[in-house]
Design a protein around this ligand. Sequence first.
Ligand SMILES: [Zn+2]
Length: 305
Amino acid sequence: MPEGNEIHRWAERHATAFAGKPVRIDGPQGRFTDSDMLDRRKLLRVMAVGKHLGYDFGRDRILHVHLGLQGDFKEGSGPLPAVRGALRLRMWNATKVKLPAVPGVSPRHRWYSEDDGKATLAPDKVAWMELRGPMDCSVYTNAQWQKLLERLGPDPLGDDPKGHDAPERAFAKIAKSKKPIAALLMEQDVFAGVGNIYRAELLFRARQNPFTPGREVAPAVLRQMWKEMRPLMQAGMLDRRIVTTLAKDRPHPRGPVLSEETHYVYRRHGKPCWICGTTIKKMENFAGRNLYWCPLCQSGTTESV
Ligand SMILES: [Zn+2]
């Protein structure tokens, strides 16, 4: 599942590609039946909060997209490709798509899950996008979008650091909770946009035991994790590769980051910790996703299981 950094990135790309002009929208296989409400309207802006996208068409109409575990976008320049596979929705720029494609050149931006950050199509060249497999794709009113905002915790990448995205609400929730901190970090009403990679890596960087109940986590640790969320998630937005290790902690501290040295614990179970050499552990399905941690660096005060 894409984390918040990925969602903010899509919002920026799609705003550059489509906002400020009328866009065409359809659901060519009948999987999105409200396209008439939006088709040929001007897209005003694209909003991102946590793992949610909102394409604002004005007049109380916002296209809400949540990718969930399976959803993804594909984009490209040149003509609309033929409809293939299960397709929920297409959005395209009528002016650009009318232009003939350069023969043999209709670059596509690949799905995030396959993307290694090397094949990006510049957003101003994007003429169309396809949406497949989202958890939700529906037309919201402004009131519905507002309600969603109220339900979500602060977003480390949000643009309202003194209001909606101020961290104190999240700190207060955690300070009252008996749930393990690793579970709380996955709850979108605590922090919006933090996913499984950042959960594991933030806890490691804070040397925090993932099983400590929220109310026993030191306030200084929470503040440190919050402080790290934004820069770490922004780094993930730049090259689509999430790097959470410090150069000094990598076996190869100089030169480009090797892909096996991008994380401290995420998907490194069975391998030695970069810091202490202890074997990294994995627990299946902890608050919905696999948890990874170093039992020594993150031993803390609570016994790990
Ligand atoms: Zn360790």
